[in-house]
Ligand binder design. Structure first.
Ligand code: 13P
Length: 253
């Protein structure tokens, strides 16, 4: 049984005081949700606030290099020092706005694991790729790049987030059955390339998840939680999503 995981990706939002307030509100709302694992990913400068008791801490990005003359970059070792347990790699905003390639993403993935943290590999197709029937091909390439760089054990300690690019920040989430089909494909792909990891691998869905649509998404067999953007900035909405995942776990589905 995979423990559901809900992660809040705050992206580049908020200020010091609002970050503090959001952490406190999430902590208060999370009380009593014992079955779901909850993680917040604030912007780098606010990682030093730490995560409240019972909430995990993650970062949104990391350097592909270990250390050195890379102005403006943040190493995996630094994130480890700030008590991060998770690091998102290959978010579509990094890939499309900052030109990160599959190879660079795989290097970041390896850096995170080398520090004993858990990489959260984002995969997903654009609207154009979906229209052209390329969804599976694109995702397979994104996964294979990591297996090539890290080896067949890559996904033994990792999370994958399926985030269709067309669903991010659009208010148009994937239909639960469509998302399930892609999650199943991801699990099968990992099973082909990395054997043992597939059954226990947590695969999150991301893209316009709200408290209202979370129960139906999380009810799908291969959806093990969510990577939440906009709704993670509102504690009540985020906790509503966490509650939906908690309910799935406590039902043992
Ligand atoms: P939204 O939840 O705002 O669609 O963003 C999803 C996302 O990109 C999480 O990483």
């Amino acid at each position: 049984m995979r423990r559901p995981l809900v992660m809040g990706n705050w992206k580049m939002n908020g200020r010091l005081e609002s970050a503090r307030a959001l952490l406190a509100a999430v902590a208060a709302g999370a009380k009593g949700l014992a079955s779901v694992e909850i993680v917040v990913c604030p912007p780098y400068p606010f990682l030093s606030l730490g995560a409240p008791q019972g909430i995990g801490l993650g970062a949104q990005n990391v350097a592909a290099q270990a250390e050195g003359a890379y102005t403006g970059e943040v190493s995996a070792a630094m994130l480890k020092d700030m008590a991060c347990q998770f690091v998102i790699v290959g978010h579509s905003e990094r890939r499309t706005l900052f030109g990160e390639t599959n190879t660079a993403v795989a290097e970041k993935f390896a850096q995170v694991q080398a520090q004993g943290m858990i990489p959260v590999l984002c995969v997903g197709e654009t609207a154009d790729e979906r229209d052209r029937g390329l969804t599976e091909k694109v995702i397979e390439e994104q996964i294979k790049a990591v297996v090539t760089a890290v080896g067949p054990a890559a996904f033994n300690r990792a999370v994958i987030a399926y985030e269709p690019v067309w669903a991010i920040g659009t208010g148009r989430a994937a239909a639960p059955a469509d998302a399930q089909a892609v999650h199943h494909f991801i699990r099968s792909t990992v099973a082909r390339t990395a054997a043992g990891a597939a059954a226990s691998l947590r695969i999150l869905y991301g893209g316009s998840v709200k408290a209202q649509n979370a129960p139906e998404l999380f009810a799908q067999a291969d959806i093990d939680g969510g990577l939440i953007g906009g709704a993670a900035l509102n504690a009540q909405e985020f906790i509503g999503i966490c509650r939906a995942a908690d309910t799935k776990a406590s039902k043992g589905s």
